[in-house]
Design a protein around this ligand. Structure first.
Ligand code: NAD
Ligand code: GLY
Length: 352
């Protein structure tokens, strides 16, 4: 088993092993004194893995209370958050019990935020079932729900008690969702690990899942250790996200998060080259890798639409926005850009 210690406001470990779902109960027992576990899973994931996790939790002596949520970004709503809290209260979950998030980033973000706020904080465990959630969202403690005005507008930094990654579950992940995770994996190579980027170009992620998850988690762990509350270096993880969130919002969330991040990375790389921060070869290597992984690199949304969506982005601080700008594969810088110059960056990235 791969064990990665994370040191943040709460210390915990990320465990990676095929078949780990069947030992989830033991691993959760090792980190909490809970008597009951609310097992939160999406309606696609519960039928696939819910009973296995439930059996494992029960075998470890936990009373299991399942809670099934809708699939997709719509689940991260204030309404669903309120319903989950009411469910926990009606089922008498106490502060010493535990929430278990079994699913992708949507389930993890919603469950994590409920855990952060229910009775002022209850332990929670992440069992990520998408590639994106394994390499990114399950680690680092960002939890949130959306408002009509934007994604992740209400949330908390709240670290899990343990993260359990079982790469076997990726076998059932739809191809399109797997590609979305690949975008986030490539992101790690571009933002800080050129050798890893090369490995991803030489050998498909599918053939090296444990190594890929371990490498990404270790990179994220190091960034979170330095800047848990996202005031500096952690913003590097937003590579492709400023423009990506705008693409996602313009599409009414029909473009998936990872696809939007891929478009966002290509856009910011083109803009960076046009403005002299990186060379054209960096753009070409990045866009070729994205395409090889079946990801989009262009958007049809207009400059005006994208700029309007970006004005609502929570990464804006007053009249400034921090863009993560590639300087080379494996090196990015965080640039404070006046909001008034964002349309110019979008134009430089190819938006019209
Ligand atoms: P998701 O949670 O919506 O899951 C994608 C789809 O795959 C869903 O339909 C789900 O039911 C299905 N699915 C999940 N696991 C499966 C499996 N093993 N087999 C079959 N189907 C499976 O999407 P996601 O890409 O995991 O997460 C996206 C969310 O994560 C967004 O809301 C984004 O804002 C958030 N996010 C959070 C952070 C963070 O740090 N907290 C980081 C990145 C992204
Ligand atoms: N996914 C961005 C972060 O965790 O900071």
């Amino acid at each position: 088993m791969i064990r990665i210690p994370v040191s943040a406001s709460r210390d915990y470990r990320v465990l990676i092993e095929r078949g780990l779902l069947d030992h989830a109960g033991e691993e959760i027992r090792a980190v909490t004194k809970a008597e009951a576990a609310a097992l939160v899973a999406g309606k696609n994931v519960f039928p696939l893995y819910g009973e296995r996790v439930r059996r494992s939790l029960e075998a470890a002596g936990l009373q299991v209370i399942p809670y099934v949520i809708e699939a997709g970004e719509g689940a991260k709503s204030l309404e669903n958050y309120g319903s989950l809290l009411r469910f926990l209260s009606e089922n008498r979950l106490s502060r010493s019990d535990v929430l278990v998030a079994l699913g992708g980033g949507v389930t993890g973000d919603l469950t994590g935020f409920a855990a952060a706020t229910y009775q002022r904080g209850i332990d929670f465990v992440q069992i990520p079932t998408t590639l994106l959630a394994m390499v990114d969202s399950s680690v680092g403690g960002k939890t949130a729900v959306n408002l009509e005005t934007g994604k992740n507008q209400v949330g908390a930094f709240y670290q899990p008690a343990v993260v359990l990654c079982d790469p076997d579950v990726l076998k059932t992940l739809p191809e399109e969702e797997y590609r979305c995770g690949s975008a986030e994996v490539l992101k790690y190579g571009v933002l800080g690990n050129a050798a890893f980027f090369e490995e991803l170009c030489r050998r498909p992620i599918r053939e090296q899942e444990e190594h890929v998850i371990e490498t990404c988690v270790c990179m994220k762990r190091d960034i979170v250790h330095e800047d848990e509350y996202d005031r500096g270096q952690r913003q590097l993880l937003n590579l492709g996200h400023s423009f990506g969130h705008a693409v996602e919002a313009c599409s009414g969330f029909s473009i998936l998060h990872g696809q939007a991040v891929a478009i966002g990375m290509a856009l910011i790389a083109r803009a960076a080259a046009a403005k002299g921060y990186c060379d054209q070869e960096t753009v070409e290597r990045l866009t070729a890798a994205l395409r090889d992984y079946g990801l989009p690199t262009e958007t049809d949304f207009s400059l005006k639409e994208l700029a309007a969506a970006m004005a609502l982005d929570k990464k804006r601080t007053g009249s400034t926005m921090h863009l993560v700008v590639p300087e080379a594969i494996g090196r990015c810088r965080i640039l404070a850009v006046p909001v008034s110059e964002i349309p110019d960056w979008l134009r430089a990235g190819g938006a019209v």
